[in-house]
Design a protein around this ligand. Structure first.
Ligand SMILES: NC(=O)c1ccc[n+]([C@@H]2O[C@H](COP(=O)([O-])OP(=O)(O)OC[C@H]3O[C@@H](n4cnc5c(N)ncnc54)[C@H](OP(=O)(O)O)[C@@H]3O)[C@@H](O)[C@H]2O)c1
Length: 255
């Protein structure tokens, strides 16, 4: 076991934790006493800064780079975490994308569905009874079948994330057979994120219409719920909703 990891600590892997919501969730897990494995794809320096912040605040964390779309890199991650701590208590499937300028048309599904399923399946043998898998998504993806009024260009990404959620939900019996729970955290547009700042320039009406429905949650609000979803006792398959009461009022709460 890594000398920075204590036996009584929850081991938490947050994918895509080099910035934004993942970085804040990592910081909050660290502040709550977990050892946080901060995953990144490209931005090692940013991920190291997230780790340094957690350590400076008295917590423990380590950095682990991997493109989650690359099965070999995921396998290496499994081995590294196995070597470091022998187990993974909470897996937060936060990394997401598809709007990147160089993304090919199949990338969103490969990342938001196939890679999530592969990662959850690959990590499962490391997860003890009482472990938890958390899938992070947006209302615009979660409710895409009921409401496809999403920012221009976002519909394929929203569908790919909903496909990822559905594919993971189909695995609940397998997770359950190992004593591992599964939860989903779905949020409205989150204030202060790069995506929302980008949309404010490219498609300001889409952000304005969400603001008109009520104040947008902050990154800190959303991360707090991710931490709860990764730790607290709750029904298997539960969906936590953050912001966007109008989506819920539209009658889709049961999904
Ligand atoms: N932003 C919102 O308004 C909003 C609202 C509701 C839900 N959400 C959900 O919250 C989550 C985080 O969103 P965000 O806005 O914080 O994202 P973001 O700022 O775009 O950050 C994405 C993170 O994912 C990493 N990443 C991207 N592709 C990856 C890959 N193939 N393998 C490993 N890591 C990868 C990036 O790492 P590198 O920088 O190192 O490449 C980065 O750390 C997503 O699931 C999103 O759907 C966001």
């Amino acid at each position: 076991m890594d000398s920075t990891v204590r036996r009584d600590q929850r081991i938490v892997l947050v994918t895509g934790a080099s910035r934004g919501i993942g970085a804040e969730a990592a910081a909050q897990f660290g502040a709550a006493g977990a050892h946080v494995v901060v995953n990144f794809r490209e931005k090692r320096k940013r991920a190291e800064n997230v780790v340094d912040g957690i350590v400076a605040a008295g917590g423990s964390a380590s950095v682990l780079g991997a493109d989650v779309c690359d099965p070999a890199a995921v396998e290496t991650m499994v081995e590294e975490i196995g070597r470091m701590s022998g187990r993974l208590d909470t897996l937060v499937l936060n990394a997401s994308g598809g709007l990147e300028r160089d993304a090919d048309p199949g990338y969103a599904l490969r990342l938001n569905r196939d890679a999530q399923v592969n990662l959850a399946t690959a990590m499962l043998p490391l997860m003890p009874e009482g472990g938890r898998i958390v899938f992070v998504t947006s209302h615009q993806a979660h409710f895409i079948h009921e409401n496809d009024n999403v920012p221009s260009g976002y519909a394929p990404i929203a569908r790919s994330k909903r496909a990822g959620e559905d594919a993971l939900r189909a695995l609940i019996p397998e997770f359950r057979s190992r004593g591992v729970g599964f939860t989903v955290v779905s949020g409205d547009m989150i204030d202060g994120t790069i995506i929302v700042r980008l949309l404010e320039r490219r498609d300001p009406d889409s952000v304005e219409s969400r603001r008109a429905a009520g104040p947008l949650p902050t990154v800190e609000d959303f991360a707090r719920v991710i931490v709860a979803a990764g730790t607290e006792a709750v029904a298997d398959g539960h969906t936590y909703f953050v912001g966007g009461d109008d989506y819920l009022a539209a009658g889709a709460l049961t999904r």
